[in-house]
Write a protein of this length. Structure first.
Length: 94
């Protein structure tokens, strides 16, 4: 993610009358194809459990936005629910 991505997405949503609440998370454990490798599965799951799982577990997934494809894949993989890219949510409000 870009260093100012949260601010930039916030400004874009504000321009169209929306707002965002950010939740700080660390690495999702996927890192491109790394998390897909069979011998890295448990490591990938453990990294996901460090920050993503506890922060997402009580949030409605239909309201969670995730910029990275790999991180969206991890959420689907370990939570069983899809999350949207910010552009998908933006399209719904414009």
């Amino acid at each position: 993610m870009l260093p100012n991505a949260e601010k930039e997405w916030g400004a874009i949503f504000a321009h169209f009358g929306g707002s965002l609440q950010t939740v700080p998370v660390g690495c999702c454990g996927m890192a491109g194809t790394f998390g897909h490798e069979a011998d890295k599965y448990q490591w990938s799951k453990d990294v996901y459990a460090l920050s993503w799982k506890p922060r997402l577990q009580d949030l409605p997934k239909e309201r969670c936005l995730v910029t990275g494809y790999s991180c969206r894949s991890q959420v689907k993989r370990f939570e069983g629910e899809a999350v949207k890219h910010p552009l998908q949510a933006l399209l719904a409000i414009i």
